[in-house]
Design a protein around this ligand. Structure first.
Ligand SMILES: [Zn+2]
Length: 97
């Protein structure tokens, strides 16, 4: 077996556009879980443009190396507010004088 070349990704282009990703979202929505960050229920019948509608979130943002296979249910509103931040930004403390 040969490992894939370095720098090559298994999924080409934007992974969010894949059919597999859409299926993942449908399956996740069907679980009817509350959003793990704010703890509120998610109404699956809401319009996709509603602030409280379902959206697919990831414990670790994709841009930070997160996996598509670790989906979470989220509110559109809360998810976009959280953005790609993993943690609160650390202030610099190592400045030397
Ligand atoms: Zn929420």
């Amino acid at each position: 077996m040969t490992p894939p070349p370095a720098g090559r990704r298994a999924v080409a282009g934007n992974p969010r556009n894949g059919r597999r990703y859409r299926r993942l979202g449908v399956a996740q929505k069907a679980l009817g879980l509350p959003y793990w960050v704010c703890g509120r229920d998610i109404d699956p019948t809401l319009d996709a443009r509603d602030r409280w509608s379902f959206t697919l979130d990831h414990a670790v943002p994709l841009s930070k190396g997160g996996s598509l296979l670790d989906p979470r249910s989220a509110h559109r509103r809360c998810n976009s507010a959280r953005g790609n931040r993993l943690t609160v930004r650390q202030p610099r403390t190592s400045r030397r004088w």
